[in-house]
Ligand binder design. Structure first.
Ligand SMILES: [Zn+2]
Length: 70
């Protein structure tokens, strides 16, 4: 059998935490296309934007505990 089909396994989106096929990879994380569109549409002043950023930060550098904010 053709095992290359296994390459299309869904990945868990770090934002909505659902298994999705379509999306982008950011660092080592996966963001589904739905959340990606949502993030692009969301204004930086929107409270939800902070939520997205927090979700992303949590996975960007799992080994680094220190906050890198200046
Ligand atoms: Zn998502």
């Amino acid at each position: 059998m053709d095992r290359s089909a296994l390459r299309h396994e869904p990945e868990m989106c770090i934002v909505c935490e659902k298994l999705k096929h379509n999306g982008i990879h950011l660092y080592t994380s996966f963001i589904c296309s739905d959340c990606e569109k949502e993030m692009v549409r969301t204004d930086t002043g929107d409270p939800r934007y902070s939520y997205f950023v927090r979700q992303l930060k949590a996975v960007q550098s799992p080994k680094c505990i220190h906050d890198q904010a200046y």
